[in-house]
Structures are given as structure tokens and as C-alpha cells.
Design a protein around this ligand. Structure first.
Ligand code: GLN
Ligand code: ZN
Length: 756
């Protein structure tokens, strides 16, 4: 049985690509050096897959920023404003991804959105009416040749034409229909070129097909692929789907002349039943995604083999595959020196998954599996009991009453009480929580972790940082202050480390976007809060000023969504456990004099089922209550904020309102404030701070630009509900740009106050 990997992580086991790119951005290394580091990484990545015995290894899964952006660039989908900068190819590319401010101009980055139901973010390509879609790059061809030169014949990958056209933003009057002919000829040209280079297979990734697809879309899909595949030569085409099942287009896909179809058996709840119901064509290969590409628990071999046997008994020619790209899991468990084997044996990161693929493929060929040591070890692992239960947590869960989900009095009444209590000006200004994580801040944390400095030294450093942060926030005139989050590595990892039931890792980095990586903690067992987590810092910050300082927490939905979840209990149960833990922290902050508390839910949207019909029953019906449970116990005068970013909110506005926060700040500037219309339409009740500038880019927004954004906001939102703030936290920014940006923000708010 052959094995296939949809994609391999690309940031480097030691995050080499991140560090090289950051150096390049700062001008510390040149293009040549950046490219050579990237090349070495690609070589290492194919090599480790080859050595693990993977048969279908992917090329062009590497990216300097994002693979959808790569595909857009390959097809010539580059907006004029970036071309006009006259930069080198790679700098034009980075300008789209991160914005550009320099000698040649001042252009914002393209929008960035969450990739399906993951915490990976993609760059939203823009098609203008006069964009000429045509083959415009060589990356896919170069990287295929490069691997070939290393002795490995790969299956190159690009995002498929359907998903590409579905995720692009159309800035003019044209729609996808207007571009379809050019897209078809571009993909055809790619097929014929890659064939000439000697590729046997090409992989088109079409995750969009696991969403709801109506008849019109289906027709479009058929036309698109009939076009692309017409006159196809010998190169075989694998249409690869993931993150769900293709229930709406299963018959469409099997009827089209693909050579392979990749289906997800992990998140695709109906994948197996679709095959059982409609059969699978004899002339195609089924790439069966049975090894979970998203979570880090070991694969249960007996269960997987049962499915493989079933498929083969039906006469289906099956290739064993990961369920999605391994982009979403860390490189290897071998890097984890502190985690004991008792835990580690339950996990498989990317490299361990390669071993699983190989072991499973081998086991698939033998009839007497019980004599295999790999099989026996796996059986034993799954029959042993994990120490993960906590009776007191389960007791507490049982005692939750319906009233625990309701904060009283109702929001309108609270609003009055809070306005009295907090005495904020109109259009209050604030930030989202974190300030630049400069080298010294990171050094302080890592020195403390390594035991190089004492706890007191560590804290003294942070207190000093906080003191300075409060001082300059007061100086520039912000209204609701923050302490700066200097003690946090990451908004989820930090809480994970302080909660019982969590495990954390040392090097288990996963790419979130571009150069940003996260180390998601692992939910191992029942979760509870041991001790206060943030209270000391917030109380210290508040002691330095009369202005309100926001307590800063991460909400249960986000903590859950950005952790590697358990597979033995429901999402609902796990989220509720976390909600109770954070509720304890909220009440402690309030008890200690904190008057404004922000509970971030940056990832609310992330695990929203991709199909609308499942949104409430399978997710929002317990995610929203989990958030409400966290804050329902506070006094009316305590103002609860929440924050969300970088995802599509327009269609879940009522659910967001129903979280019953008093204020929400969210990302808006990168998506041109499109969300304002939906807020107005839905009669959004929560006070709102749509971000006035993008924080993912080092450019400093001008006062004018912010004033313009605020004027637009005033057209859609009531003056007494409008807050002024950046898009997101400022931890990834430098101090050079942060202060000037915020000075401009405060100035813009003053101008608007005069206009109102
Ligand atoms: N409070 C967090 C911060 O400011 C929020 C981060 C986020 O939304 N991703 O960093
Ligand atoms: Zn954010």
C-alpha cells in the first residue's frame, strides 16, 4: 500500500524560515541568503519524508508566506498598487503579505483571514477588473526540479482553481465567471509544463469543496474542471480535499476525469458513507486521509485498518494519506526533552505521523497482525488507562444551573451604570492588550525559565516595564489602559501553563501566519484553575494610575480552539471546564479592584463548522454559553470587553451579540470596514471598536487615515457605542512604530470628538 503526505510543515523545526525572513525584513540578510536558507529547508523536508518511506511526497508546499498567495501570484493575480511599487518579485510578494512603507511608496497589506477551520491564516488575493489571469511565475516548476535534483520525484501542489476563485476578493464589477476562461488556460498550461518536466502527479487542493455547495456552484465546478482536464496529457491529477466531507459534490467529483481523489476520513463525518452509498470509480485512486493532520494523538491502528480493509474489500485502490497538510502539527516529539515518555507515547507530531503512515501501510498487507510488534504496542497503548480525570471538576460541571449563563441586569441597564462609574469620554480610546515583545522582554522570560534569574528579578523587570507602559499611555492620553502582557509568551500557551489538566511543550511550534508561530498547549485531562493567574500584574498596573486598567484574559473558546484538544470527551464538556476556570479568574480580578475586564475570543470563529447547517447545533449552541458562563457573575458596573480578529464575522453577528459582552473590539481595517454594514443591519447592541489600523504591518497610520476610518464608522454606528482602537494586540510590533501610531490614534479620536 502506498502512502501520501498532503503537505509538510515549512517553517523549519527550529523556525529557521521565521528567523531568516525576519532578518531579511530588517535588511540584515539579502535575498540570496534568504533563498539559500529556504532551499536547505526544502531539501531537509523532502529528505525526512523520503527516509520515512513516504511514496507521494509533495513539492511547492513550501511558502515564504502563504500558499494561496503563492498560487495567486503564479496565476498573475497581483493588484496594480503592488506592481507599481517597482520592487523585486520577492519584495512585491512581501508587500502584498505585510504591506510596504518606504522609499517607493506606502501600501497596506492585503486582507488576512483564517484558513477554513484552522488557526492558520491566509492572504486574501484581490482580482481587479483588468487583472489578466495568466501563468506568471515559476515557483512550482523550480521546486519540482529542485527536489528532482535531490533524487526525489515529488507531486507538486497548488491550490485548485475552484478554491482560488472562491477565496479571491473581487474589487470591481467582475465575478468568477469573468475569469474562468483565463483560469482554465492557466491551469492547463501548468499541467502541460509540469508534465514536460517529468512529473507523474500534480495535486490540486480544493478544501472549499467541503463547504455547502449549491447547484449553481456545482455547475461551475464541473465546467471549470472539464475545461482544465480537457486534452490533459499523461500527468495524473489528484484533487485533494480536507477539513470535512464533500457530500454535496461527491458524485460530481467521481464523474470528472481526475486520476485520484483525496478525501478526509477524520473530519469528514460522511466520507465513508458517501463511498458506501455511491461507490468509488475503479479507474481512480482513493487517497484516504486516515492519519489526522491536525491533532497530535496517536492513531488507533485497529480502527484505521478496519477502514482500509473495508475499502480494499470493495475493490477500491487506496493510497493511505494524512487527513490534511501536516502544517498544523509540530515537527517532532524528539525535540521535547522535558515531557516524560508516559505522556509522549500518546502523541504523534509530523515526523511520528510519517512513521504511522508507514507502519499502517505495512500492516495493511499482512493478515496476521497480532504478531506485529507495532500493532501490539498500539493495541496496548489504547487499552491502558490515561490518568486524566478530576472528580471535583466533574462535580462542578454537574452543578451548573441555567441561571449561571445569564448576566443581570440586562446590557442596556448595565451600560448606564458603567458610563457613570467609568466616566469615559465619547469615543474612548484603548488598545487590545499586548505591547511590543522586544528582545529584552523575551530574554527576561527565557532567563527566568532557565533559572538564570530569580523570580523576584523576573518580576521586577516586568513591573518596571508595566510602570513605563502605564506612564506613556497616560502621557499620550489613552483612556482605558493595559498593562502590556509582558509576562505572556502567547495568549493561550500562557493560560495553558497555569491550568491543571494541561501539558505544554518546548519546541512544538505551529505556523499561524507568515513568520508567526504558536506553541499550542495540549489538553491532557480535566481542566481547572490552581491559583490566580493574572491578578498580580493587573493589580500592580492599576495601582499606578487612576484611569481604568483592563484585566486581560483569554476566553474559553479560544483557549480550547488553540489547544490540541482531547479526543476522549466532547468539545462542549472540555470548553465548559475551561470556562469555569476562567470564571474564577474574572471574579478574582473584580474582587481586587479591576473595573474593566477583557476576555479575548480571537478564535471564536475558528471551529465553526464549515457547513452552515451545523453552525448552531454543533458549535455555537455551546461556545456562546461557555463565554457567558465566564462573565455572568460580575457586578453591573464591571465592564466586560471581548476581542476578535482576522476571520469572517459578518454571518455570526447575532451570535457575537449574544455573548453579552459590554464592548467588543475587532479587526476591521484590513478588510476595508466591510463588517460595519452587517453590524448596522443586525442592530448590533454591544459597544464596538472596529480596529482603525492594521497591526500586522510596521507602517504608521496617519492621523488623517484614522479620522477617515472613524468617519466611516460613525455613519454606521451610534456615537455612544463607538470605541477607538487598533485591530489587535501590538506584541509583534516594534516600539519605534507603536508609540507614533497610538499618538496618531489619540489625536484622531480628539478630532472626531470635536466633529460629533
Ligand atoms: N490581548 C491579546 C493581545 O493584545 C489579543 C491577541 C489576539 O487577539 N490575537 O495580544
Ligand atoms: Zn486580535
Amino acid at each position: 500500500m502506498l502512502t501520501s503526505v498532503i503537505g509538510y510543515p515549512r517553517i523549519g523545526a527550529q523556525r529557521e524560515l521565521k528567523f531568516a525572513s525576519e532578518k531579511y525584513f530588517k535588511g540584515e540578510i539579502d535575498e540570496k541568503e534568504l533563498f539559500s536558507i529556504a532551499k536547505a529547508l526544502r531539501a531537509a523536508h523532502v529528505k525526512s519524508q523520503k527516509e520515512a518511506g513516504v511514496d507521494f511526497i509533495t513539492s511547492n508546499d513550501f511558502s515564504f508566506y502563504d500558499i494561496l498567495l503563492d498560487t495567486a501570484v503564479l496565476c498573475g493575480i497581483v493588484p496594480k498598487r503592488y506592481k507599481e511599487l517597482g520592487l523585486s518579485d520577492i519584495d512585491t510578494y512581501f508587500a502584498m503579505a505585510r504591506g510596504y512603507q518606504g522609499e517607493k511608496g506606502d501600501v497596506k497589506a492585503l486582507a488576512m483571514k483564517k484558513w477554513f477551520n484552522t488557526n492558520y491564516h491566509y492572504i486574501v488575493p484581490e482580482i481587479e477588473d483588468d487583472t489578466k489571469v495568466s501563468l506568471s511565475g515559476t515557483k512550482i516548476f523550480d521546486e519540482f526540479d529542485e527536489a528532482k535534483a535531490n533524487g526525489i520525484k515529488t507531486k507538486p501542489v497548488i491550490i485548485g482553481a475552484y478554491t482560488l476563485l472562491a477565496l479571491c476578493r473581487y474589487t470591481g464589477k467582475k465575478t468568477r465567471e469573468d475569469f474562468v476562461d483565463d483560469v482554465i488556460s492557466t491551469y492547463k498550461e501548468i499541467l502541460s509544463k509540469i508534465e514536460k518536466q517529468g512529473a507523474e502527479w500534480i495535486q490540486f487542493e480544493e478544501p472549499y469543496l467541503v463547504r455547502d455547495i449549491n447547484d449553481e456552484d456545482k455547475k461551475f465546478l464541473t465546467g471549470l474542471y472539464q475545461g482544465i482536464l480537457s486534452g490533459k496529457g499523461n500527468v495524473k491529477v489528484l484533487i485533494q480535499t480536507y477539513y470535512g466531507d464533500v457530500r454535496d459534490v461527491y458524485e460530481t467529483l467521481t464523474a470528472l476525469p481526475f486520476d485520484g481523489i483525496g478525501l478526509d476520513f477524520i473530519e469528514g463525518k460522511q466520507t465513508l458513507s458517501l463511498i458506501e452509498k455511491y461507490g468509488f470509480p475503479k479507474d481512480k485512486l482513493l487517497f484516504a486521509g486516515l492519519v489526522n493532520g491536525k491533532n497530535i494523538w496517536r492513531n488507533k491502528y485497529s480502527k484505521t485498518l478496519e477502514i482500509i480493509d473495508g475499502l480494499r474489500n470493495r475493490g477500491i485502490e487506496t493510497v493511505l494519506s494524512t487527513s490534511c497538510s501536516l502544517l498544523h502539527v509540530p515537527y517532532t516529539l524528539e525535540a521535547e526533552e522535558k515531557l516524560s515518555d508516559e505522556y509522549k507515547k500518546h502523541f504523534a507530531f509530523a515526523n511520528e505521523k510519517l512513521t504511522e503512515l508507514k507502519e499502517l501501510a505495512d500492516l495493511a498487507e499482512v493478515s496476521d497482525r497480532s504478531s506485529s510488534s507495532a500493532f501490539k504496542a498500539n493495541e496496548e497503548l489504547f487499552s491502558s488507562k490515561r490518568d486524566c480525570e478530576d472528580a471535583s471538576v466533574q462535580e462542578r460541571l454537574k452543578k451548573i444551573a441555567d441561571s449561571d449563563y445569564v448576566r443581570l441586569p440586562i446590557r442596556k441597564e448595565r451600560e448606564k451604570i458603567q458610563k457613570e462609574a467609568l466616566k469615559l469620554p465619547k469615543f474612548p480610546t484603548t488598545t487590545i492588550g499586548s505591547f511590543p515583545q522586544t528582545k529584552d522582554v523575551k530574554k527576561n522570560r527565557s532567563s527566568f525559565k532557565k533559572g538564570e534569574i530569580s523570580e523576584e528579578q523576573y518580576k521586577e523587570f516586568n513591573r518596571d516595564k508595566i510602570k513605563r507602559a502605564i506612564k506613556w499611555q497616560e502621557e499620550i492620553g489613552l483612556d482605558v489602559l493595559v498593562h502590556g502582557e509582558y509576562e505572556r509568551n502567547d495568549m493561550v500557551e500562557y493560560f495553558g501553563e497555569s491550568l491543571s489538566g494541561y501539558l505544554f511543550t518546548e519546541k512544538a511550534w505551529v505556523q499561524s501566519y507568515g513568520t508567526r508561530c504558536l506553541k499550542p498547549p495540549i489538553i491532557w485531562g480535566d481542566v481547572s484553575r490552581r491559583n490566580p493567574i493574572t491578578v498580580e500584574w493587573s493589580v500592580y498596573a492599576q495601582s499606578l494610575t487612576d484611569k481604568p486598567v483592563k484585566g486581560m484574559l483569554t476566553g474559553p473558546v479560544t483557549i480550547f480552539n488553540w489547544s490540541f484538544p482531547r479526543e476522549d470527551i466532547s468539545i462542549k464538556e472540555s470548553m465548559t471546564q475551561i470556562a469555569l476556570a476562567i470564571r474564577d479568574e474574572v471574579l478574582d480580578l473584580e474582587k481586587n479592584g479591576i473595573r474593566v475586564i477583557q476576555i479575548d475570543e480571537a478564535a471564536l470563529r475558528e471551529k465553526l463548522p464549515l457547513r452552515r447547517s451545523d453552525w448552531y447545533s454543533e458549535y455555537l449552541d455551546f461556545a456562546v454559553p461557555a463565554f457567558r458562563l465566564v462573565h455572568s457573575g460580575v457586578k453591573p458596573e464591571t465592564q466586560i470587553h471581548t476581542h476578535m480578529c482576522y476571520s469572517e464575522f459578518t454571518d455570526i453577528i447575532p451570535a457575537i451579540d449574544n455573548m453579552d459582552a459590554d464592548v467588543i473590539t475587532f479587526e476591521a481595517s484590513r478588510s476595508d470596514l466591510l463588517i460595519l454594514d452587517s453590524l448596522k443591519e443586525c442592530n448590533f447592541e454591544t459597544e464596538a471598536g472596529p480596529g482603525v489600523y492594521d497591526i500586522h504591518s510596521p507602517r504608521v497610520p496617519s492621523v488623517n487615515e484614522i479620522v477617515t476610518a472613524l468617519r466611516k464608522m460613525r455613519e454606521k454606528l451610534d456615537d455612544d457605542k463607538l470605541w477607538v482602537n487598533p485591530d489587535c494586540g501590538l506584541k509583534t510590533r516594534g516600539e519605534e512604530e507603536t508609540k507614533p501610531s497610538l499618538i496618531n490614534l489619540v489625536e484622531a479620536a480628539r478630532i472626531i470628538r470635536k466633529e460629533a
